[in-house]
Design a protein around this ligand. Sequence first.
Ligand SMILES: NC(=O)c1ccc[n+]([C@@H]2O[C@H](COP(=O)([O-])OP(=O)(O)OC[C@H]3O[C@@H](n4cnc5c(N)ncnc54)[C@H](OP(=O)(O)O)[C@@H]3O)[C@@H](O)[C@H]2O)c1
Length: 279
Amino acid sequence: MSVNSTKPERKLAWVTGASAGIGRALALRLVRAGYSVVVTARSHEKLVELQQEAAGEGRITVLDGDVTDPDDMERVMAAIEYDHGHLALVVLNAGVALSVRGDDLHREAFETSFAVNVNGVVNCLLPAVAHMKAQGHGHIAIVSSAAGYGGLPTSAAYGASKAALINMAESLKFDLDRIGIRLQIICPGFVDTPGTARIRFPRPAMLSADEAADRIVAGLKSKRFEIAFPRHFAYAVKLMRLLPYGLYFGLLKWLTAGSAEAAGPAKRAGPGERRHQAV
Ligand SMILES: NC(=O)c1ccc[n+]([C@@H]2O[C@H](COP(=O)([O-])OP(=O)(O)OC[C@H]3O[C@@H](n4cnc5c(N)ncnc54)[C@H](OP(=O)(O)O)[C@@H]3O)[C@@H](O)[C@H]2O)c1
């Protein structure tokens, strides 16, 4: 694996969704770990701010792009090939956290969650895998969530999109292993980021974005397929998933009792207001 590299030349990493939160913190950590980093998101100004913050420590290249646009992602990959040659690591982190309630279903939450969180990953995977297959090696990490382990209140769109990523990664691993591409899935618990700042229910075992980035960099160095953190939180959610449904639903109802989003009356978000989802 490349994070430990002792070679003098800097390897290249590409991080999507690097304008804020986990992606931003991770891009800075990767620079400090010895990578040159290409950062992608839609907010150009924020990416340039990140680039300036990293100046002096290493090289960050800004390539704006919307992960829901396959042409944009092909263009980013072509620019990487042209400017840098070899891509060692891709972290597919861009995502949206939209909540939806069964008594207030709205199409947009499902369409956006799958467009960004699932198809956005596919739009990056296609050119990245083609590039890494041609060079004979590479390392890809996909950011899912502990919400992908099982159904949680208000998580029908977000959780389903993250579950799809876990299944997708498990499936792809068989073939990517054979062509020398290492694949990992990243499943964070709660992380304090702009994307989750407006969540109104308790977020147990929450980490800062910097702590999350540290866990991810350590996980990228490991041989594990899954990078799940905080460990005790991930194990607890996984263990809950093994319970019979009666106990699973009962326990979740008890744990989320008093949560405005999960238990209160359905309230539609106003225009432009984002609905935020746990983990
Ligand atoms: N925070 C948590 O508690 C938590 C827990 C588990 C998993 N995760 C996952 O971790 C990842 C990062 O989460 P976060 O909390 O750091 O989110 P965040 O603070 O909301 O940041 C999301 C990032 O994704 C980018 N993004 C969103 N839509 C995009 C699009 N269409 N094209 C390109 N970039 C796009 C945003 O940039 P622009 O808006 O500038 O495009 C931003 O850089 C997500 O996949 C999330 O599901 C988060």
